[in-house]
Design a protein around this ligand. Structure first.
Ligand SMILES: [Zn+2]
Length: 270
């Protein structure tokens, strides 16, 4: 099965199909070169080390083995969180930032996931080849699959990043960091201010101020999701996905599930 997939991926007919799809959907190199490069990664100089993983040829054998192990551990962590894995992204990585600059983004060194209509692509920079960042990126894809492509914009960015940070245990984003950097929540931004992409990621024009604010947005998102999740558990997460997919307003559903779960028996909590 794996070999068949491999051959198909590299055939010219397959390439024509991919290019045809890109032209058909209007998603071209000019609009998003990173996504485009991901679509054709099977024909690039990167090496395929498992059916869904591509790495830069300079990645050492020992690093490759550790990387595949980290992916397995991340899949287990995220699978335990959701109960099962539904998304199957292509993962692209390299030991240097060169791969990230071609497939990921013009900025950053950690990780990004391109969520597309047909396939998701996780791209990891030199700071992203570890269980925490892989878990983080896999969670983005799982959330998208559960909500459905059309509904992804119906959840606020803080919820998306809060959930992914829950599966990302890097100590710089810990509860202790939240308490310290927001003066126990007193200086934390309001959730409504970090609901949109602009509000969450583009906090200031000055890069240094922006980086600091975006970092705080992440720890605030993690703090809030963790607080909510301790009350509602996986059951609450699934309920929320279901009702938002059915068209219910996120903010209302988020609160109702929390209020309802507060009366649930303790054995239904995480
Ligand atoms: Zn993220």
């Amino acid at each position: 099965m794996g070999i068949h997939f491999w051959r198909h991926k590299r055939s010219f007919a397959g390439l024509a199909l991919v290019l045809g799809f890109i032209v058909f959907t209007g998603v071209g190199y000019a609009s998003d070169p990173y996504q485009f490069n991901c679509y054709v990664v099977g024909w690039s100089h990167l090496q395929q080390i498992s059916p869904s993983v591509y790495v830069d040829p300079t990645m050492q054998p020992r690093e490759r083995i550790r990387f595949l192990r980290d992916i397995r551990l991340a899949r287990r962590r995220v699978g335990q969180f959701f109960g099962a894995l539904k998304d199957a992204p292509i993962i692209v990585a390299g030991p240097l930032n060169t791969v990230y600059r071609v497939y990921g983004s013009a900025a950053g060194t950690t990780g990004i996931t391109h969520l597309t209509m047909v396939k998701d692509y996780t791209v990891l920079g030199p700071n992203g080849v570890n269980v925490d960042v892989i878990s983080h990126e896999l969670t983005h894809g799982e959330l998208k699959v559960r909500l459905g492509w059309n509904n992804f914009g119906k959840v606020p960015v803080w919820f998306d990043e809060g959930m992914t940070m829950y599966n990302d245990e890097r100590p710089t984003y810990s509860e202790a960091a939240y308490q310290k950097l927001t003066d126990h929540g007193r200086t934390a931004p309001r959730l409504s201010a970090i609901a949109s992409r602009i509000g969450f990621y583009d906090a200031a024009t000055d890069q240094r101020i922006s980086d600091e604010r975006v970092y705080i947005n992440f720890i605030v998102a993690k703090h809030e999701f963790t607080r909510w999740y301790k009350i509602v558990g996986r059951r609450g997460v699934n309920q929320l996905m279901t009702v938002v997919r059915a068209g219910k307003n996120f903010t209302q559903a988020y609160k109702e599930i929390e209020d309802g779960a507060a009366y649930a028996t303790t054995d239904e909590r995480p």
